[in-house]
Design a protein around this ligand. Structure first.
Ligand code: G3P
Length: 218
């Protein structure tokens, strides 16, 4: 499963990219607003930091204007992936852009039927929002299971990019189901490495090592 960082914070992206575990980045208008940065400028910086896809979202609601915005965004770098909302105009834009060889992430997916439409429109990625689904009394991971089943039934190449991940159990479940990508806030990515028994184990080994009086580096 690929790991994307769901953020527009350059410091976090640089730190995560240095681990070699980062496969891409997703942004959205809310994350850009939170960063306080200029959209074009910050997207350019992110694209230079990671080799993988960097999602940049259009804000127009109609197909012709979405195409104009996408045309500006895709010129930023070769790894820009245009993010469009799951609407008829978004799907039309998805079909046109992927037909021209541009990566597209169809976002704000909340049903398996919507995901089916995104795949039929040739989406590179579909982004089902599991956290927001849970918040509204639905089972976000059940949605991922349904999409996996449908995509496998028809051998759709669209990658399932699990979004709105809030905690490590969402990541674990995504991997169990066979989702292609998990996009996570940096704090969630960092939390995956933590285990109290790992910390305790290191402490014990180091205490015993000290008793030997030995060093590895001479
Ligand atoms: O990238 C979009 C998505 O991950 C948003 O997450 O936590 O605002 O529901 P959240």
């Amino acid at each position: 499963m690929k790991f994307f960082a769901d953020t527009a914070e350059i410091a976090d992206i640089a730190e995560l990219a240095a681990t070699g575990l980062l496969d891409g980045v997703t942004t959205n208008p809310s994350l850009i607003a939170k960063s306080g940065r200029d959209f074009m400028e910050v997207t350019r910086e992110i694209c230079a930091l990671v080799d993988g896809p960097v999602s940049a979202e259009v804000v127009a609601l109609d197909h012709p204007t979405m195409m104009k915005e996408a045309d500006i965004l895709r010129k930023i770098a070769d790894n820009v992936c245009i993010k469009v909302p799951l609407t008829i105009d978004g799907l039309k834009t998805c079909k046109a852009l992927t037909g021209e060889g541009t990566m597209v992430n169809v976002t704000l997916c909340f049903s398996a039927n919507q995901a089916l439409l995104a795949a039929k429109a040739g989406a590179t990625f579909v982004s089902p929002f599991v956290g927001r689904h849970d918040d509204n009394g639905f089972d976000g991971m059940e949605l991922i299971r349904d999409i996996r089943l449908i995509y496998d039934n028809y051998s759709f190449a669209t990658e399932i990019l699990v979004a709105s991940i809030r905690h490590p159990v969402h990541v674990l479940e995504s991997a169990r189901i066979g989702a292609d990508v998990a996009t996570m806030p940096p704090a969630v990515i960092r939390s995956l490495v933590k285990h109290v028994l790992t910390d305790k184990g290191i402490e014990g080994f180091l205490a015993d090592w000290a008793k030997t009086g030995q060093t590895i580096l001479k």
